[in-house]
Write a protein that binds this ligand. Sequence first.
Ligand SMILES: C[S@@+](CC[C@H](N)C(=O)[O-])C[C@H]1O[C@@H](n2cnc3c(N)ncnc32)[C@H](O)[C@@H]1O
Length: 428
Amino acid sequence: MAKATKTGQFVYIVQASREPTRCKIGKTNDTERRLAEYNRMTGKSKDNRYEYLFVAQVSDMAPMEKAIKNRFAILREEKSREIYFYNHELFRQYVDYIKKSPLFVQEVFIQPTAPKTLTKIVKRITPTLKERGLTRKEVLQKAQKVDDDEFYTLYEDIEKEIACYDKSIWRDKTVFCNCDDAVGKDETRTSAFALYFISHFTDLGLKKLICTHYSGAVDLFNAGTSGYIFTKDGYTEITISPKGYTGSFDHPLSLKILNEETDIVCTNPPFSKARDYWKLIIGSGKQFLIVSNIANPVTNAFIHYFRDKKVWAGHNRIDQYLNPKRQLVEASGHWYCNLPIKNRAKLGHLTIIPLKDIPDADKSYDDNKMLLVDNCYIPSDYKKPFAVSARPILNGVLESGYDIYADKGYIPVINRREKFRRVLIQKA
Ligand SMILES: C[S@@+](CC[C@H](N)C(=O)[O-])C[C@H]1O[C@@H](n2cnc3c(N)ncnc32)[C@H](O)[C@@H]1O
């Protein structure tokens, strides 16, 4: 930092190298002296170096610091009030807030680039089916077989989906993330669901957040092998590890939280246990917003939930996740929920027109004379059942005057060759 600006009135964000999920926000007259004080703190190990992430000159540092404390009260640790949660998104919020204040004079320092969490991109670009030498049927079969559970959701995918819903649905609600770690030792060990709801606790007006950590064979987020429960209730945060608790979503204690405390369940549950998970969550009668396989609307075990309107598609698909090595990996997922959906943008992807106007390339009949329509064309004047892929279901056709006709998937056969799996729908 420039020497000329080391004294004056400043607010700063500082971070210790060994505590990447925390930062300290404070005020000082002398930035060099203050940093030296941090690095001389008794009891601190020598290699835990403090560095500034951001320094701003302000016209009056005491009210500025107080305003930050009030604005981000929910993000401050209870015991030591100048310690705040840190992640890239929160950092952006802190900096924006300071810079928008009438007390802000000038930015003195900001860390040049945010540290990268991702170490390597695995298959960044999805090759076309042709490039991959696959048919749609094979891709769908592959998607249905995804059972690797260690796929962690990206923060931005959670942010993007939740932004599509009316904020009022979260007000005074207890959110239960029942396949998620709470805040771990660093950002890479922390569920993005936990981070998102902690960051937006006040903004969404949440009453409580509960996250449970699973202690199964695989160690979720490398966070330890015993199940535990993290609860954020207003300012109070506690983590408990009851004896014998596995953290499984179907453990009696998890079920007690679900049935007695929860208003909304929000998570990305293990793909391999999706059937049990859906049965349990939908059976509980609670509201939910979860990630699951994109092929569920054409998969036998799930079709009846769509037919009975117990579940419908959320807004977005998700194609990339992080693996335990924090590399980007691909799997075709989608959000599903039973929350009210207003203005579904993807309804615009459906083309509902008379059958005769659907291009020939997008309509055909199979060997059983069943009508098949593709590319989200939907016949407006066809009275009999017809077969569609998962896409029209995800785009909201069941909210557009069509019902699921049969609760089993439909595999068309053309010239005795099986085509990719679809689902039968019919005009209501
Ligand atoms: C698809 S990952 C998603 C993790 C996290 N929810 C996220 O979105 O980043 C599902 C996680 O659930 C964990 N899991 C597996 N079986 C579980 C169970 N019975 N109860 C709770 N969690 C489980 C897996 O270890 C895995 O880490």
